[in-house]
Design a protein around this ligand. Structure first.
Ligand code: ADP
Ligand code: ZN
Length: 798
């Protein structure tokens, strides 16, 4: 019998081979278990990999020449996947129809060989050596304990290295590896107490010759005596150098965490009824170790985050750890800050600013239990927290929880599986829960807690819907009533946010003579017109070209922009309100932080943007939100189009009137009677839900059916279609009862980057698992000439 391990090698390789087999040498027989990081020889080079399986095989069953089996070189200490994580990673691969190595790569930070420290240790404590040889000296040293390879080499030189090798061959010593974790730079959240006003004033007067410091002291006057984080200081334009000088001058004093910030939390007896109810339910489940699921349906600013923080504190007090998932770390600034304020050093924030090696270090610290609270985006669902007790999914309806790219896992589903396995409580929160989850709360299996009231007790901003069919705003993207409202807002010294979910100046150019629309030659989509840069650009592949002067088809001179984009709105506003200061935020904007900082400092008073401005922004002076067109996403061929429009409208409305000033929301649309808009205008979640769930049921969409989407792409159109048909046939043959197959049909758009894309849609009963079926069928029909993208529980069908 051969003693083998299957190793997923941490090297980027082409092909789909999931893992490679290695022989387990006798001295590693005890250590080579699933989950350990090993050093192997791969194409003649040392590589790292994770053991995913230990198995025994006869030479005959192996399928290849046993002589070509290489032994494991060694085990790396300090990096290990426990059984729970390994099974979670397996689940993600199976459930979403992808190879295990892909799931592993999404879950575990790439380990880097440069962090691997080789060391030597005694394998045989009783070993002796001729006292006149270097071996004896080495053995003496190793009897004191293991020693780093580098240290031994520098101390005993070339002779020593040779002696070590001889000892190793005798089995007296062995070489090991240890993964070292690099230090993590801490994000700036140290709090500083600002000195009293008199001190600031006299400093700024006495330091006219140090203008930066004097100006900083003046800016701090309005915050005298307060506690500010480094992040807040930065917002006030005080950088690290200036801050250090102010600390030296005694104007800022670093303070410890915890006590200092607890002041901002409401006292126990101030909690709202919904908060009390939610906390009591979560607390009971935590105490009894029941893996219950809760849906916290609370309007914006109803105190959901406060519930998360208190539930987290409760969980920690029971000796268990907490995972807080957020849709996007960049948009979760305020949540992150509050978690840090409350729990300080106990928090690890997983963000994309870390290098691979730093991420690895953080991973190890989490695994050791140094940071019992982890905040992060979808990939954080794999954070190696030991003794997990609570998983919070903030803004649970957000599509960002679904991974794009190769392995399209849904962090919410993986989180639910993890919570079940770990016996952890799963708490999902949203102001506009996904229809899917709300339905589950409705039919049971998930307890629903409603928090219908804002902490401020003030209702949400009033909604006005403008029917563009009556208004016909020919010249401007902004209709007359919206223009007036913006003017009044600016006149009162307040700010406005204008939302349009389409970037560029115009989505395409249209020849007014022959109707021609310039398209991308690699993708079957129109090219968007970016006026500022004077280019046409493909939003699928990035192709860029100069717009032609005349229509390439009819030579006409009226090839002009058609439709609206954020750049157009920005220009129109600039023309209408030349002194207001207009900023834009979308994927084409560089320096989003600067735009936001200027908006906060009131250098800008109007902000135009896509989805980015709809979520999370909190500016006290914003009293007006204008939706330039609510129709952009409404008529997409996608079963979630209405749901997304409803959610976006409610969310963007929540940006207005957050502090003292009441807010106002104005929505321009050509479809004012559409339920997504009507129900959003009255913040009627239940009404929207009842309408939407009936349609889902009638049309056979989630939550009544489970979907999987296969995208088959090939440079050749006939091949793409042919392979799609072949896969369809195989699925139909293998398919269990209740499987419904739609397609193959050309995808929308059919061509992207030169490849033709044909799609298949599978509908299955809600409890079915399409992933394993797809994996099996794709294995059977291979070798498949086309690329196949598997998307189980798709968020969109393109
Ligand atoms: P949400 O997450 O639902 O948007 P938050 O938890 O952020 O709401 O609460 C909004 C604001 O109200 C925060 O500044 C929070 O500190 C405060 N807050 C929360 N609960 C209470 C309460 N019971 N009493 C007073 N203030 C509260
Ligand atoms: Zn293109």
């Amino acid at each position: 019998m051969l003693d083998l391990v299957d190793v997923v090698v941490d090297v980027r390789v082409r092909g789909t081979q999931p893992s490679y087999s290695y022989r387990v040498p006798p001295h590693l027989a005890g250590a080579a278990v699933p989950g350990v990081l090993v050093v192997v020889s791969f194409h003649g080079r040392a590589a790292l990999g994770y053991v995913v399986e230990r198995r025994r095989s006869t030479p005959a069953d192996l399928g290849f020449d046993p002589a070509s089996l290489k032994p494991l070189v060694g085990i790396a200490r300090g990096a290990r996947l426990n059984a729970e994580l390994l099974s979670l990673i397996r689940f993600a691969a199976e459930e979403y129809g992808g190879p295990l190595w892909l799931a592993l790569h999404s879950a575990v930070p790439q380990s880097s060989r440069s962090r691997l420290r080789p060391f030597w240790e005694l394998a045989d404590a009783g070993a002796e050596a001729d006292p006149t040889t270097p071996e004896a000296v080495l053995l003496d040293r190793l009897r004191e304990g293991e020693a780093a390879d580098r240290q031994l080499r520098s101390r005993f030189g070339e002779e020593g290295a040779k002696a070590l090798e001889r000892l190793r061959r005798r089995g007296v010593v062995r070489k090991g590896w240890e993964m070292l974790a690099p230090p993590i730079p801490r994000a700036g959240t140290q709090p500083y107490r600002v000195a009293p006003a008199e001190a600031l004033r006299s400093f700024s007067e006495g330091n006219r010759r140090r203008p930066a410091q004097a100006a900083a002291a003046e800016r701090l006057l309005v915050r005298a005596g307060e506690l500010l984080t480094t992040a807040k200081l930065k917002e006030l334009g005080i950088n690290a150098a200036t801050r250090d000088k102010l600390v030296a001058a005694g104007l800022l004093a670093a303070e410890g965490w915890r006590q200092s910030f607890l002041g901002t939390a409401p006292a126990d007896d101030e909690l709202l009824a919904g908060q009390v109810e939610a906390l009591a339910a979560v607390r009971e489940a935590l105490r009894e170790g029941r893996p219950d699921g809760f849906l916290l349906h609370g309007v914006t600013a109803s105190g959901k985050t406060e519930v998360y923080l208190r539930a987290a504190a409760e969980c920690l007090s029971l000796g268990r750890t907490v995972l807080l998932l957020v849709p996007e770390i960049a948009l979760a600034g305020q949540v992150v800050e509050r978690v840090r304020e409350r729990f300080g050093e106990a928090v690890a924030v997983l963000h994309s600013g870390l290098t691979a090696s730093q991420r690895y270090g953080q991973w190890q610290r989490i695994a050791r239990g140094d940071t019992p609270i982890v905040v992060g985006p979808r990939s954080a669902v794999f954070a190696p927290l030991p003794a997990l007790g609570l998983i919070v999914i903030d803004e649970e309806h957000e599509g960002a929880y679904k991974q794009g790219g190769m392995l399209r896992y849904d962090a919410r589903t993986v989180a639910a599986k993890r919570a079940r396995d770990a016996g952890a409580v799963l708490l999902r929160g949203s102001a506009t829960p996904s229809v899917d989850v709300y339905y589950r709360a409705h039919v049971g299996g998930l307890a629903r807690i409603e928090m219908p009231e804002r902490v401020s007790r003030r209702g949400p901003p009033a909604f006005e819907v403008l029917d563009l069919r009556d208004l016909r705003p020919e010249k401007h993207s902004i209709s007359e009533p919206l223009r007036q409202a913006v003017g009044e807002t600016l006149g009162r010294g307040e700010q406005a946010i204008l939302f349009l979910n389409r970037r560029a100046f115009a989505p395409f150019l249209l020849c007014r003579d022959c109707g021609h629309v310039p398209e991308c030659e690699r993708c079957s989509v129109s090219l968007a017109f970016h006026r500022r840069r004077g280019v046409l650009r493909c939003h699928h592949c990035g192709l860029q070209r100069k717009p032609p002067d005349t229509c390439p088809k009819c030579r006409g001179r009226r090839l002009l922009p058609f439709g609206l984009g954020t750049q157009r709105v920005e220009e129109d506003l600039g023309a209408l309100f030349p002194d207001a200061g207009v900023g834009r935020l979308d994927r084409d904007t560089l320096g989003a932080d600067e735009v936001l900082a200027e908006f906060r400092q009131r250098k800008l008073n109007l902000l135009v943007g896509t989805q980015i401005v709809a979520k999370g922004l909190d500016f006290p002076d914003v009293s007006l939100v204008g939706v330039v067109s609510a129709d952009t996403g409404l008529h997409l061929p996608d079963f979630q189009a209405a749901e997304r429009t409803f959610q976006l409208l409610v969310q963007v409305a929540g940006r207005a009137g957050r502090a003292r000033i009441p807010g106002r929301v104005i929505v321009q649309t050509f479809s004012p009677e559409h339920p997504a808009i009507r129900f959003a205008a009255t913040y009627d979640y239940q009404g929207f839900y009842r309408w939407e769930i009936a349609i889902r049921e009638a049309a056979g969409y989630p939550p009544f059916r489970r979907l999987a989407h296969l995208l088959v792409s090939h440079q050749d159109r006939a091949q793409a279609q042919g392979e799609a048909s072949r896969i369809l046939g195989a699925l139909a043959k293998a398919g269990p009862a209740g499987l419904e197959l739609l397609g193959p049909a050309p995808s929308i758009p059919e061509r992207v980057r030169g490849a033709y894309r044909w799609s298949l849609l599978m509908k299955m009963p809600p409890e079915a698992r399409p992933g394993p079926l797809i994996t099996q069928v794709l294995n059977d029909v291979s070798p498949c000439k086309a690329d196949v993208t598997v998307d189980v529980d798709p968020q969109n069908l393109d």
